[in-house]
Design a protein around this ligand. Structure first.
Ligand SMILES: [Zn+2]
Length: 317
């Protein structure tokens, strides 16, 4: 899948490779859904291709063929295991990849969600970054650059992937799906303009589910539905994972109430006071944080919906 908004980043990196100025370590930061790992893999291919030109990788050499088949031994991908990148993963990488002799092309290590390194993993990586081996490129990707050690950040070339314009993102999505433009715009809106998040929303038919959730909230407000019925439906369909999209819609309502212009037409408007909207958004945030804990989700969901119902109740008086 070619992602048009990464074009500039790829062109700049191609120049670094052809001019033999590839850094030892790169830190790719962007919000979720921008294609950081796709970009890291494209960079790996450019650094590993045996016939690189200013037009990019050749897609024909041995390295390109192995990468296409997904089994090039000079490319290592590291991901969190149970939400943590462990020190053993980093040590294995430094012993297996870094210390073995390399050919003319680069060896590449991609560390996804680098903010998930714990203190010992970060320190182990730092040792490697302090004495960078020849012909090894380490690419870190992160959604949360603030959580990385400053000493790690300072040893990487930092590349930020800015979000594409709405126009580029919506045109790209229109090519992938036969959805109506209203749906594409709505998906981009609730995903905070992250094209790949919008992509998965459209692919998984999440839009209808989010619209149904809004209808349920409005029905709860009008007391035309039972709270337990709603919470059961949301829980059994796993809709509670869509609550962050509901937050975006509520915050848009808040912006409208404060006289700001909405970035989307015809988005659900709700007759709820400002402080109530803000309170519910905060409750959703707390609910999402608790999802990481081994608590009864169904019970938490009932509590959350009760907050909404009470808030609407107090607004009606
Ligand atoms: Zn090649």
């Amino acid at each position: 899948m070619s992602l048009p908004w990464l074009k500039n980043n790829i062109e700049q990196f191609t120049s670094l490779v052809t001019e033999q100025r590839v850094p030892h370590a790169i830190l790719l930061s962007a919000k979720e859904g921008m294609g950081k790992v796709d970009l890291a893999k494209e960079m790996a291919q450019l650094a590993m291709c045996e016939n690189i030109t200013e037009n990019g990788a050749c897609f024909q050499c041995g390295a390109c063929e192995l990468l296409k088949a997904g089994n090039h031994t000079d490319l290592t991908l590291i991901k969190a295991e149970n939400a943590v990148i462990k020190v053993s993963q980093i040590r294995k990488l430094t012993s297996d990849v870094v210390l073995t002799s390399s050919k003319n092309q680069h060896k590449v290590i991609i560390i996804e969600e680098a903010e998930k390194m714990n203190a010992s993993s970060a320190n182990a990586l730092l040792k490697t970054l302090e004495e960078p081996p020849q012909k090894v490129l380490i690419i870190l990707t992160t959604n949360e650059i603030g959580r990385l050690l400053p000493t790690i950040k300072s040893r990487c070339v930092k590349i930020n992937v800015p979000p594409p314009s709405h126009d580029i993102a919506s045109k790209w999505l229109a090519k992938q799906f036969e959805s109506k433009i209203e749906d594409i715009n709505f998906a981009l809106f609730i995903s905070d303009n992250s094209p790949l998040v919008a992509y998965s929303i459209l692919q998984n038919n999440t839009l209808d589910e989010v619209k149904n959730m809004v209808k349920d909230l409005l029905a709860l407000q009008q007391q035309s539905v039972e709270l337990l019925e709603v919470s059961k439906k949301w829980y059994s369909n796993n809709w509670h994972h869509h609550l962050n999209y509901i937050s975006v819609i509520l915050l848009n309502n808040l912006a409208l109430k404060q006289g700001l212009k909405s970035t989307i037409d015809n988005c659900f408007t709700m007759n709820v006071p400002e402080h109530g909207l803000l309170l519910f958004v905060k409750s959703i945030y707390r609910f999402s944080k608790r999802l990481e804990l081994p608590l009864k989700v169904e019970l938490q969901l009932e509590k959350l919906l009760l907050t909404w119902k009470n808030m609407c109740g107090s607004a009606n008086h």
